[in-house]
Design a protein around this ligand. Structure first.
Ligand code: GLU
Length: 460
């Protein structure tokens, strides 16, 4: 059996980390099994769906490298197909028209609630041998209801939750087409999962209640349902279900904040799946290890500090040449043009940064004027040290512009002035980089141009 998985987001809000994890696992499972990963946009809720939300889904997946092999398919473009299947189901008596009005349904619900029963459709319009249906009311467009099996159970072995059994008596006859003929959600999902030959449905556990209904529709259509894995919720840092309403960010914002796709994949992978105690791993390792047998059973909680830490680990491990274009993009957004020094800058600063934005904050000091921190300036750039700074500036004017040449100039300045290294290095850092906390002075200066250093030391 060739594995086929799908991610089926509804574009009704900006996709956040909790949502995109539901893309990561089916993607990883397909990749790890040599299977196919499909993207399906469930856009039938016309009022709440938006192109902007679709764009964030596509952009976020592209950024994270979760490329679909097929799709995106849009449910709104598949309406003819749903109507075709509805017609087949009608012909086979798998569905029936129901003329119960909203007022009648409300009254039914109230009676059931008053009798402490679970509110459910009572089958008034369900045809049965020997049963007389009520007279068809005039001018009412019926809904179509699915003839749910009576008696018995619907059961499946969920890859996360274990065996789940639901009695058919608890499921009423689902509306699968509205009075205007448009198909409803659970029906479209099943038609799509059948047409797209999905073998494994990996999705959020907010859909567990839909699954027995969907399985019944599968079987009615003569198709065995796929394997299901229902992922526990992702909670935000406050322990609430992650959602846009309580502050979740769109996935693409993490790109703008300087997170690396591989770090995001690593972090999201661990948010509901484990491979022993491994915390930091590459995309390749993840794909080699991923399986459905080590999915977590309890809700995972988002932890931004941990995400930053994971990002920092990936940043340190990444090649300077690969980091440079990412940092260049942040610089370009600030109208700063980088040059071929950027990879070396990344190499020099990546150990003290946890995002590419933090790296850009350093790099920008090499390309645009710096404003030394006033307090640091007052503390380090004292009258006593100014003559030594002048000496250094003079020696730097014609030394070899290499780390070694600069180191020699610094050494000579110390010898001539009698200052200790920090007494000279701190004020020079403040003047050239705007802050006294930098990597070693010769390395920093070597990545500046001679002109910039001269000019900034001139402000002593
Ligand atoms: N469109 C559904 C959602 O965004 C997912 C449906 C599914 O995966 O079956 O929650």
């Amino acid at each position: 059996m060739k594995v086929r998985t799908r991610f089926a987001p509804s574009p009704t809000g900006f996709i956040h980390l909790g949502n995109i994890r539901s893309a990561l696992y089916p993607w990883a499972f397909a990749r790890s099994q040599g299977g196919t990963f499909i993207l399906r946009i469930e856009d039938t809720d016309l009022e709440r769906s938006s192109q902007a939300a679709v764009d964030v889904i596509l952009e976020g997946m592209r950024w994270l490298g979760l490329d679909p092999d097929e799709g995106p398919f849009y449910q709104m473009q598949r309406m003819d197909r749903y109507r075709e299947v509805l017609a087949q189901m009608r012909a086979k008596d798998l569905v029936y028209p129901c003329y119960m009005s909203v007022a009648e349904l409300d009254a039914l619900r109230e009676r059931q609630m008053a009798a402490k029963e679970k509110p459910r459709y009572d089958g008034t319009w369900r045809p049965e041998p020997g049963k007389t249906l009520p007279p068809v009311p005039e001018g009412v467009q019926p809904v179509l209801r699915f003839r749910n099996p009576t008696g018995g159970v619907v059961a499946w072995d969920d890859k996360v939750k274990g065996r789940i059994e639901i009695r058919n008596d608890e499921l009423d006859d689902l509306v699968i087409a509205r009075p205007d003929g448009t198909p409803t959600y659970n029906f479209c999902v099943v038609v799509d999962d059948i047409d797209m030959v999905i073998t494994h449905v990996i999705r959020g556990d907010d859909h567990v209640n839909n699954t027995p209904r969907q399985i019944n529709i599968f079987r009615a259509l003569g198709v065995e349902p796929p394997v299901y894995a229902h992922l526990p919720t992702v909670l935000n840092e406050q322990g609430e279900k992650m959602s846009k309403r309580n502050g979740a960010k769109p996935v693409t914002q993490y790109r703008d904040e300087g997170y690396l796709p591989d770090a995001m994949v690593n972090y999201l992978a661990r948010l509901g799946w484990s491979h022993g105690d491994d915390e930091i791993f590459s995309r390749e390792q993840f794909l080699a290890w991923f399986d459905l047998d080590h999915l977590g059973r309890s809700a995972a909680q988002f932890d931004e500090a941990k995400l930053r830490w994971v990002n920092a680990q990936h940043l340190k491990a990444m090649a300077d040449e690969a980091l440079a274009p990412l940092v260049a993009a942040h610089l370009a957004a600030r109208n700063v043009q980088a040059d071929d020094r950027l990879p070396a800058l990344c190499g020099l600063f990546k150990d003290r940064c946890d995002t590419t934005v933090a790296l850009a904050d350093w790099a920008v000091r090499f390309y645009a004027p710096v404003q030394p921190d006033e307090a640091e300036r007052d503390k380090h750039v004292t009258e006593a040290v100014k003559p030594a700074i002048a000496t250094l500036a003079r020696l730097l004017a014609d030394c070899a512009w290499t780390k070694e040449g600069i180191a020699a100039a610094i050494k000579q300045t110390l010898a001539e002035s009698g200052l200790k290294m920090p007494q000279l290095a701190m004020p020079v850092r403040v003047l050239v980089m705007g802050t006294a906390q930098t990597p070693s002075l010769d390395a920093v200066l070597a990545l500046c141009t001679r002109e910039v250093v001269q000019q900034r030391l001139g402000h002593a």
